[in-house]
Design a protein around this ligand. Sequence first.
Ligand SMILES: Nc1ncnc2c1ncn2[C@@H]1O[C@H](COP(=O)(O)OP(=O)(O)OP(=O)(O)O)[C@@H](O)[C@H]1O
Length: 243
Amino acid sequence: MALIEAHGLCLDFPYYHLGARSLKKRLLGNARLHTDPSNRVVVTALRDLSFTIRDGERVALIGHNGAGKTTLLRMLAGVYEPVAGRLTVAGSIGAMIDVSAGVDAESTGRQNVRLRCLYRGMEEAETAALTAEVEAFADLGEFFDVPIRTYSAGMGVRLAFAMATAMQPEVLLMDEWFLAGDAGFLAKAEERLTRLVTGADIMVVATHDTSVVRRWCTRAIRLEGGVITGDGTVDEVLGPVEA
Ligand SMILES: Nc1ncnc2c1ncn2[C@@H]1O[C@H](COP(=O)(O)OP(=O)(O)OP(=O)(O)O)[C@@H](O)[C@H]1O
């Protein structure tokens, strides 16, 4: 059974390079910036977030640029530790947040898939089958055997999408980049994406696109300046669809 429980989550990012006093003074006029006990300027990315997400919920994180959506997703994925508060995530996690996260740029697509399988403790037969599946779906031709630092952005998305959707997680965490592909690929990805989303016990997606929220989600959490300002059904948070 999957579950996410957050109590009073906080996260600050320090700006190490801010030495100039005048710049510091100017920036500190911003409500989200303050100095920490070491006199470093820090930005408040997330402040006192509490929520519970249960089995069967598909949650959209919405809010303006810089609201804290991606930071919260990364925290749920275990990339960032909260500086205060408590977070429990029960269930296997599948994160489609950063195309380059968890991949080695110097290794080929094929080597990266095998590394991921190794990390998950898969047997050789299972690894071979999954590698073949990812190769067929990503459709990168000979680029599957070339270091991924040479890939175009679209090729990186294809590989990341194929890898992420080849292993069904219980808790699916997605940023909206997964929708940024060429039209042909998206049409092909649709069925796989639907299977992934409906097969997960919990989904959390960060998006600006209200059609994505209405189509996929049962609940929306609105973030403003790192704080939750709305949490409820999609209609409660976005307002009902206009006739
Ligand atoms: N690595 C970092 N170092 C310093 N500040 C950061 C870092 N990552 C995010 N921030 C800051 O944290 C805040 C939240 O950023 P975040 O990327 O989570 O917003 P977002 O809601 O996902 O925005 P967008 O919709 O533009 O992607 C912003 O003020 C941002 O500048």
